[in-house]
Write a protein that binds this ligand. Structure first.
Ligand SMILES: [Zn+2]
Length: 97
């Protein structure tokens, strides 16, 4: 799912709130990040089977990648407030449980 400009601004605001001095890349030490403009997801491991829907948990993420080395970090999109848990399927998890 593509992030809207409002959602991108929400991501920037929330990250600045929790890390007001900037996020230092643990690999190269720089503080320059690119916000990927899509929400990605991680699915509950189901022993190699792909379960769509049902009781299988899904965690939505916004990813940032370091512009210097490419290291990628993930933020829970529910926690950032760009995915509303009240309007998603019941199997979308909050903070990975
Ligand atoms: Zn880096």
């Amino acid at each position: 799912m593509k992030l809207t400009q409002d959602q991108v601004q929400t991501v920037i605001r929330r990250i600045n709130e929790v890390s007001p001095h900037g996020i230092v890349c643990p690999i190269c030490g720089q503080r320059h990040w690119n916000i990927n403009d899509v929400i990605i997801e991680s699915r509950e491991f189901q022993n190699g089977n792909l379960i769509i829907g049902g009781e299988s948990a899904i965690i939505p993420f916004v990813s940032l990648n370091c512009t210097n080395c490419g290291n990628t970090i993930l933020f829970n999109a529910l926690h950032l407030g760009v995915v509303n848990r009240n309007t998603t399927n019941n199997n979308v998890e909050n903070n990975g449980r």
